[in-house]
Design a protein around this ligand. Structure first.
Ligand SMILES: Nc1ncnc2c1ncn2[C@@H]1O[C@H](COP(=O)(O)OP(=O)(O)OP(=O)(O)O)[C@@H](O)[C@H]1O
Length: 277
């Protein structure tokens, strides 16, 4: 039988290895994530970030180990990993557009319900759903068809769906891609709130967002861990400056750490203009 994890468990990934027809997409990756932290997995395109999440959630066959508390996740079917309390979102929100926010959440919560509670919830909103709606700021959208939610709200609905499933580990693949500045801020604050009692692991390309909300970061490159630590440690790592942040080099990296995104972009432009002069 699969018992859900308890809320204090950590996720410990050790020597994770994924191959696609001989191509090593993830070649011995190790990292851990604890309740209370917003852990980031970053790296250039093709670094293996999504494949790590696919392996942890049972979508890609992998060797090594991914343990939630005492429970080994690798080798289990997807639905059993979900039952252990591991939930994920995808780069494209996978909600039922024609159904309301509440109906989407009802479906997400369905696996917990007996038929008697299903009858009860038709008359009122289940408390766990109300809590998820409040936590994600979607209370006023209860009856809104998911298809007409803003891009940000759809991502929050997906997170709410994981909350009603009582996920203890939330693996979020590029949650702020395409969001407005305000939506990104709201999402960062949401992740900090939900991470208080859970493990939140975020795959992201948005460096400004990562700097603002990461407790710790793992940088992947070509399927391996290039660097890990706090944002400051990772940004100061010459390997990261050289490989991940590209040719603009250390000066730009230091500037990016200290100034807002727009100014950093401007600085990078100036450096490029300089190099063409
Ligand atoms: N199903 C698959 N079959 C073959 N190769 C794959 C498969 N999935 C991923 N890959 C390859 O594995 C490598 C890692 O891909 P992955 O999607 O994990 O990278 P990523 O770091 O998430 O990149 P991005 O930031 O672009 O999403 C890439 O070279 C990709 O082409």
């Amino acid at each position: 039988m699969t018992t859900p994890s308890s809320s204090g468990d950590s996720l410990v990934v050790t020597d994770l290895h994924v191959e696609f027809s001989g191509f090593v997409a993830v070649g011995g990756v190790s990292f851990d994530a604890h309740p209370g932290e917003v852990r980031f997995l970053i790296g250039p395109n093709g670094a293996g970030k999504t494949t790590c999440i696919d392996a942890i959630t049972g979508l890609s066959a992998a060797t090594g180990s991914a343990k939630l508390g005492e429970q080994e996740l690798l080798g289990r079917p997807v639905h059993k990993i979900v039952r252990l309390g591991v939930g994920r979102t995808f780069q494209t929100a996978s909600v039922f557009n024609e159904l309301s926010v509440l109906q989407n959440l009802d479906i997400a919560a369905g696996r917990h319900r007996r038929w008697t509670s299903l009858l009860r919830t038709r008359r009122g909103v289940d408390p766990s759903i109300m809590q998820a709606l409040e936590e994600t700021g979607l209370v006023d959208e209860l009856a809104t068809p998911a298809g007409i939610l803003s891009h940000g709200q759809k991502q929050w609905l997906e997170i709410a769906m994981l909350l009603v499933q009582d996920a203890q580990v939330l693996l979020l693949d590029e949650p702020v891609a395409g969001m407005s500045h305000d939506e990104r801020t709201a999402t960062g604050e949401l992740l900090q709130r939900i991470a208080a009692k859970r493990i939140v692991l975020v795959v992201e390309h948005d460096m400004d967002f990562m700097r603002r909300y990461a407790t710790r970061v793992t940088v992947l490159h070509q399927g391996k861990v290039l660097s890990q630590g706090t944002v400051a440690e990772v940004q100061a790592d010459p390997k990261v400056q050289e490989v991940y942040l590209g040719t603009a080099g250390a000066a730009t990296t230091a500037a990016m750490a200290a100034v807002p995104e727009e100014a950093a972009a401007e600085l990078a432009n100036l450096q490029e203009e300089d190099s063409h002069a």
